[in-house]
Design a protein around this ligand. Structure first.
Ligand code: ZN
Length: 391
């Protein structure tokens, strides 16, 4: 066990934290005055004024008369200088790549969603990402100097400090030095994160900023989770806490790529739905996930029964999470949201039936509002915070 460093009165860390918080407030509430910032943050007027001065000097914030009513001398308002810098946010999924360019206000400038051409070949896939990014930069006439950084979300286990994707079973990638590859190509700050954790950050920052204990469950080909514990993302000793996709819910269940049988994700993910459909006698073995979802939505009874079974299985895993962590809020995200109307009742039924009422009574269950963009929002947020801290 490592010795812990005790950090008492670390004024640099506090300063950085305040600077990021003030910038975030200006981004979310601007145009806003210094007086309002002082009231909301509880910082002294001097502290707010100093941080604002830094942000203006560096060009991240501008003063404006916008929102100031006429009559009398009104304080100058502050707002984010949205075109000062941009952020690339990328999510590599099992079948597609999502590239989103955000401005400093976290507004989408442009986005590009591509199918992965060579999934098993990480080099070719990353080349595809570079090609997509360069094309977008050219179209919007954005130079590398105008970029704050690049955030990359991946469906797998990572070493966040080294920026290595250690294992992404659904992509078949192992030990890919993603941050280094991007850094060598663009020379910009790079942040790598797990897709579910990035989505958890995106959803919380944008939709539920005041919820402190929340679990985000991202259900795609696999299942990943992000846990907010007392307002902080919980990473655990390995940095990969939240792998609830591998809690075992049926010891006689299907074999999981992690080596165990009956992991939650083998019975409750989108892969489960696709596999269950393909196992049906007389099913069309050529159908994609999208087409199977379409069949269900068009009323195919067998497909709807598979959706419901997946819903019940999702519910079983959620029972374990609710009992174990007792969060205030559970947000279900990922591709599964597309069939939320078919799974919601089954999930709630299972939770009512099996979760401890003391915890179930305190939790709210929601579907992701950011939907398929949750992870890219989360990555852009991380890049902004990382960069603002050090200006
Ligand atoms: Zn497993």
């Amino acid at each position: 066990m490592k010795k812990r460093k005790v950090m008492l009165g670390n004024s640099i860390a506090v300063r950085r934290w305040n600077l990021v918080s003030i910038f975030k407030l200006i981004r979310k509430r601007g145009p806003i005055s210094r007086i309002e910032l002082t009231k909301i943050t509880g910082c002294s007027a001097g502290t707010v004024s100093n941080h604002v001065k830094t942000l203006i000097k560096k060009g991240f914030v501008i003063e404006t008369q916008k929102g100031v009513s006429s009559g009398g001398r009104k304080p100058m308002q502050l707002m984010v200088n949205s075109n000062k810098a941009y952020i690339f946010s990328i999510e590599i999924e099992v079948n597609k790549i999502k590239i989103v360019l955000f401005d400093l206000e976290l507004k989408v400038v442009t986005k590009n969603i591509m199918s992965i051409t060579y999934r098993d070949d990480y080099k070719k896939t990353l080349e595809q990402v570079f090609f997509g990014m360069d094309k977008m930069r050219e179209e919007k006439n954005i130079k590398l100097d105008n970029l704050l950084g690049i955030g990359i979300a991946v469906p797998g286990l990572i070493d966040k400090v080294k920026g290595i994707l250690e294992f992404a079973p659904n992509l078949g990638w192992k030990n890919v030095h993603i941050s280094k590859i991007f850094k060598d190509k663009y020379g910009l700050p790079i942040v790598l994160n797990n897709e579910a954790k990035a989505a958890a950050i995106g959803e919380r920052e944008s939709i539920y900023p005041t919820i402190n204990n929340m679990v985000f469950i991202s259900i795609n080909e696999g299942i990943g989770c992000g846990i907010f514990f007392n307002g902080e993302l919980y990473r655990g000793a390995s940095g990969n806490a939240g792998e609830f996709g591998h809690i075992i819910i049926d010891t006689n269940g299907p074999l999981c790529h992690c080596g165990n049988k009956g992991c939650w994700e083998t019975l409750a993910s989108e892969s489960y739905i696709v596999n269950s459909y393909l196992k049906l006698p007389n099913s069309n073995k050529e159908l994609t996930k999208k087409e199977i979802y379409r069949l269900g939505k068009d009323g195919d009874k067998k497909v709807i029964e598979i959706f419901k079974e997946a819903g019940r299985n999702i519910g079983i895993g959620l029972v374990n999470i609710v009992n174990g962590l007792s969060p205030e809020l559970l947000v279900i995200g990922g591709g599964i949201v597309k069939i939320k109307d078919y799974i919601y009742e089954e999930i709630i039924k299972k939770l009512k039936e099996s979760a401890l009422s003391v915890s179930y009574n305190k939790v709210e269950i929601k579907f992701s509002k950011l939907g398929s963009l949750a992870a890219v929002y989360g990555m852009a947020d991380l890049i902004i915070n990382e960069r603002i801290k050090f200006i």
